[in-house]
Design a binder for this molecule. Sequence first.
Ligand code: SF4
Length: 360
Amino acid sequence: MNCYIHVPFCRSKCGYCAFYSEANAENGVVERYLDKLEKDVKESQILYPQTIYIGGGTPTLLSVAQLKRLFGIISGCWRPNADCEISIECNPETLTPEKAELLRSFVTRISLGIQSFDPALRKTLGRNCSQSAIIEAVKLIQTQKFDHFNCDLIYGIPGQTLEMWRSDIGQAVKCGIDHISCYSLTPEEQSVLGGTFLIDDDSAVSMYEAAQQELEKHSINRYEISNYAAAGAECRHNVNVWRGGKLAAFGPSGAGFDGVTRSINSDNIRNWLDGELSEKDTLIPEARCREIFAVNLRTVSGWNRSLWQQNAVSWDEMREIFRTAMESIPERFYIINEDSVRLTPDGLLYWNDIAERVIL
Ligand code: SF4
């Protein structure tokens, strides 16, 4: 089982973000959140999680005492074994030496939300974080020597040139990362920036291509549309989820999958605290298989026969469904063999269109 814990608190809301979080949560709400989380984790009947991902929101907005309690809840109920990947998302402005040391004692992977090293671009994004906070956070992470260090960057920001993007990537590499997530700016409708500017597709494609060119010089390679890693530094939690692995989700707005049914927790912390039940969505087996198949096509390696273990639809049937879906798609966008199926680098750019053809 892969476990996701959503920590729904942020210092302020970034302009592009549609993840559920509360800025300036009222007094006592974090403690009530931890009380409810403890109850849910205790009732989960999970013993040996394969991976644990603590995301948000901003998990590191919690105080040292609150983080200690969060880690105590996890280790008191679950028995992550030595090779369990434990990730946490962190925003630079919330990291202190004490928190960094505490995180290092519990997690194997830290993910730093930088978005851009350029202050003007961060301002455009509505990302409230100073340059000195980034420098200090990177130093703390380097000092603690986490097993794995990811940073998130955004490209396609209005005013961002290709050279500025290459510079952002270069600075990230210098921080000592072994994983990087590069997201194209696509503000969700509900976000502050949603609908406020037109995305320049051509420059976004140039930046997508530049990311791979710059990163491969440092042996950090794309393994999913938006994710790049040094060998062995791929995020196992995400890889498992893309392949349709079981996911238990905790916290408001957390989305899970038990192998048959998808569930999503209330994205209102008051309702979640009051015990509102999660929404369930059970797909027919073929639809579920198609969806899982489409999601993992985002990866560079795609699918192969031995990976495909979804019993409802056999590998040969699923491969045929894919072949039919791709009939009017240029052959340079995909590679299909007897035992494997994947999109080419050009095909990954059209993943949305291709996924629509695969999903029922
Ligand atoms: S991007 Fe991260 S820090 Fe910004 S509002 Fe969203 S969850 Fe919070």
